[in-house]
Design a protein around this ligand. Structure first.
Ligand SMILES: Cc1cc2nc3c(=O)[nH]c(=O)nc-3n(C[C@H](O)[C@H](O)[C@H](O)COP(=O)(O)O)c2cc1C
Length: 148
């Protein structure tokens, strides 16, 4: 089985999670693609495609959403799994997930991973730090990645 993990990450957490998923699938042929750096992915080469991104101010990366829309026909012929990195929990998290991925792909997904997230103040700009302080009350790094 050949697997592609396709992701986008702003401050590195989704990248970490994508690498973690890759190590857990080490008995398969797994390729990892950061959409920020990779323009063309030959999806035809893969049986299974795992797609993930992170939530910033309620939305997932636009480029990742566009990638899904542009490749919908071929993606729907594959085994698909989805994952999301974010700090919200329960209903708000589910709502973000439903907004992040189109219904067609969610309906076909064989597994959905809610991976938790991080507040990485070292990677945030001034405005991002101010937003996070205001909405969460936190002003130092928080790590809440679900490793299991
Ligand atoms: C400016 C900013 C806004 C954020 N907004 C949300 C949000 O609306 N909902 C949420 O669940 N998490 C939110 N987060 C938390 C991120 O999803 C979390 O930091 C995640 O680990 C980022 O992953 P990345 O580094 O791969 O982009 C926000 C984080 C930042 C810095």
């Amino acid at each position: 089985m050949s697997i592609a993990i396709i992701y986008m990450s702003k401050h590195g957490t989704t990248e970490k999670v994508a690498e973690l998923i890759k190590t857990k699938l080490d008995s398969y042929q797994t390729h990892i693609f950061n959409l920020k750096k990779t323009k063309l992915i030959d999806l035809a080469k893969f049986d299974t495609i795992i797609i993930g991104g992170s939530i910033h101010v309620g939305s997932m990366q636009k480029k990742l959403r566009q990638f899904i829309t542009n490749n919908m026909t071929i993606l729907l012929k594959k085994r698909i799994a989805l994952f999301m990195v974010c700090m919200e929990k329960s209903e708000k998290r589910d709502e973000q997930f439903n907004n992040a991925f189109p219904a067609e792909i969610r309906e076909e997904s064989v597994a959905n991973g809610f991976m938790g997230g991080e507040f990485n103040f070292d990677r945030m700009n001034f405005i991002e730090k101010a937003i996070i302080k205001k909405i969460s009350g936190k002003c130092s790094n928080v790590i809440e990645i679900y490793y299991k």
